[in-house]
Design a protein around this ligand. Structure first.
Ligand code: ARG
Length: 401
């Protein structure tokens, strides 16, 4: 008896997931493997990947275009949550996992598979995200993770594949481990494993080095409707088009790079390089629009929610009850987050330089220092007496000794 009869495997076309195909069948006795390659706007040609899986022996090779759903249902809520893990990483890789898991579970259901599989190793966050998301969506499905168990290094994996009749075109192998989608790129390993090593320019693809950015600043205006970015420079754009264009503009100005040491869920600290131009720009702009349209107490309370939300998403709990409850809170706060934010992009910086909203709580007649001032200055005195009363009482007690 094998570990499963029929398996839907998340497929990238890389060495590991390709070797998973014969491995599942030969070593784990799986009768039928179906692959699913997800298009998340990573820019890969999906047709050669689809054909490659067929060559490796699968019955059915599926390609799912998930790009629009990825932006609408995963990236946009994260922007509304101003989600930054450990205050910096906008979760570009983490957000893709629950969606791929959902596509796997749906395919398993459609094809009557009793298991799904992925190519993650046992050291990362991605295995957690897949396993937990799959369990949440269909607790009766088995999850197989061959690369977590096979104990083969890079060379051995290739040798195993070749023994099984697979051919791996000798391309100059990259020392890096890279994950990519429309939201960004995550780069780790190789020379980056020494946290003191500056990343070489070769690791970046979406962002320019400061040395080669334009010498003139560029302004953009981002329009939000209920916390969702909908307009760029006055033009209504589709979600995918909006992200694509902002990636391009911000990347050209060297905006969107992150270099950090982060804490993985499995207890390891890891040095990561990220590029996520649009996501970072949009979170900054969105947070700024909130400062104009939310009350102070909602904003402050939401900061705590955002921190928890980011950690949940990072730690694989996208489809968890706490995450659903936080979603409800965040959605409620976004009702009136509608307006436009103006940003200036220049030499690696994206700075908010203006914002406006018909729903702004900002009142010029209250804020002004000119003679149009509507604020009741006399009311301040009584307020300050009450506000400061506990501190005054405390100070008197302390002085008594
Ligand atoms: N550390 C990041 C995260 O946990 C990126 C993981 C990237 N995966 C990879 N195969 N390089 O979301």
């Amino acid at each position: 008896m094998g570990r499963a009869e029929k398996v839907v495997l998340a497929y990238s076309g890389g060495v590991d997931t390709t070797v998973c195909i014969p491995y599942l069948m030969n070593d784990w006795g799986v009768k039928e493997v179906i692959t699913l390659a997800a298009d998340l706007g990573q820019g890969d040609e999906l047709e050669p990947i689809r054909l490659k899986a067929l060559t490796a022996g699968v019955k059915e090779s599926l390609v799912a275009d998930l790009t629009e759903e990825f932006i609408t249902d995963y990236a946009f809520p994260a922007i509304q949550a101003n989600a930054l893990y450990e205050n910096r990483y906008p979760l570009s890789t983490a957000l893709a996992r629950p969606l791929i898991a959902k596509a796997l579970v749906e395919a398993a259901d459609r094809y009557g598979a009793d298991a799904v599989a992925h190519g993650c190793t046992g050291k990362g966050n991605d295995q957690v995200r897949f396993d937990v998301a799959i369990a949440a969506l269909n607790p009766s499905l088995k999850v197989l993770a061959p690369a977590r168990e096979w104990g083969m290094g890079r060379e051995e994996t290739i040798a195993y594949g070749e023994k099984m009749g697979l051919a791996f075109p000798v391309k100059k192998s990259s020392p890096y481990s890279i994950d990519r989608n429309l939201l960004g790129r995550s780069i780790e390993a190789g020379p980056l494993e020494d946290p003191m090593n500056e990343p070489l320019e070769e690791v970046f693809l979406m962002t320019q080095a400061i040395e080669s950015t334009p010498d003139q600043p560029e302004y953009i205006e981002i329009g939000f409707t209920k916390g969702i970015p909908t307009h760029l420079n006055g033009a209504a754009l589709s979600p995918v088009e909006l992200i694509t264009q902002i990636n391009e503009i911000a990347g050209r100005h060297g905006v969107g790079r992150i270099d950090m040491v982060e804490n993985r869920l499995v207890g390891i600290k890891s040095r990561e390089i990220y590029e996520a131009p649009a996501l970072l720009v949009l979170i900054d702009a969105h947070r700024d629009l909130e400062s104009l349209t939310l009350t102070s107490d909602v904003t402050q309370y939401k900061r705590g929610i955002e921190e928890t939300y980011s950690r949940l998403v990072y730690n694989g709990l996208w489809y968890s009850p706490l995450k659903l409850a936080l979603d409800a809170f965040i959605q409620q706060t976004q009702e009136r987050v509608t307006g436009t934010v103006r940003m200036k992009l220049f030499k690696g910086n994206a700075r908010v330089v203006g914002r406006k909203s018909d729903l702004a709580l900002y009142s010029e007649s209250l804020a002004t220092y000119s003679s149009d001032d509507q604020f009741d200055h006399k009311a301040a005195e009584g307020f300050i007496y009450v506000w400061g009363l506990p501190t005054r009482v405390w100070s008197e007690k302390v002085r008594e000794g």
